[in-house]
Design a protein around this ligand. Structure first.
Ligand SMILES: [Zn+2]
Ligand SMILES: [Zn+2]
Length: 223
């Protein structure tokens, strides 16, 4: 199966130009079997989404839910992920393996330390990766509190995956993931993972990630 691991929709991420429906259509045409919707979980943005925690999370989930509702129409599975920014820094992190309830129970995730969030993820079987660790102004953060790092595949984004290759020689235990970080239709389908086995939900994807039974979709043009 071909799975996109990092994609935004305009309902959930104001920086994204394409809505859930057009993302689903484009990924179906690009031959993907599943998408992990990873809209920005960012304290500034969440404050714009509502007054109460419930309002914020409901609004956060809108893009994911719209994509999910179009699963059958486009023949693509939709799974929930999160791209989170931890205060007060500018780095982004990807969470795989949580569900809607997790977000309602932890609306203040952005204010946890990396150590706290890693432990919280592990307590529910989820994984925690740093997104595009060398895209300026990002720097790799506390590798001891990461499960892995992302080979971001968005074109023309200054990802510096060659620096990531060099850096991670010192951290061979870190897992790897690939994603397109798609924000618009011209960024569809540059990254993701492939699995031999069929998966039916994010927990099954995470199980394969833990066993490293995934193949990364990467291109040397993505630096
Ligand atoms: Zn964005
Ligand atoms: Zn992103």
């Amino acid at each position: 199966m071909k799975i996109e691991m990092h994609v935004h929709t305009s309902e959930g991420s104001p920086c994204a130009k394409a809505d859930a429906e057009s993302i689903m259509k484009a990924y179906a045409e690009a031959g993907y079997d599943a998408l992990v919707i990873t809209n920005h979980f960012d304290s500034v943005l969440l404050n714009e989404f509502g007054k109460t925690d419930e309002e914020k999370i409901e609004r956060y989930l809108l893009g994911y839910r719209k994509a999910k509702a179009a699963e059958e129409k486009y023949g693509i599975q939709v799974m929930l992920g999160v791209e989170i920014r931890l205060e007060p820094n500018e780095e982004d992190f990807l969470i795989y393996g949580i569900d809607e309830d997790f977000l309602f129970q932890h609306p203040d995730l952005c204010f946890l330390s990396q150590e706290e969030i890693l432990h919280l993820c592990h307590s529910c079987g989820a994984l925690f990766y740093q997104a595009h660790p060398f895209r300026e102004p990002c720097v790799p953060r506390e590798p001891e509190f990461l499960d892995g790092v992302e080979y971001n595949q968005r074109p023309n984004s200054g990802n510096h995956n060659e620096k990531l290759d060099e850096w991670r020689k010192a951290y061979p235990e870190l897992k790897l993931v690939s994603g397109s970080d798609c924000h618009d239709l011209d960024q569809v389908g540059f990254g993701g993972i492939e699995t031999e086995k069929d998966v039916h939900n994010i927990k099954e994807v995470v199980a394969l990630m833990k066993e490293e039974k995934i193949r990364l979709i990467v291109s040397t043009d993505s630096n």
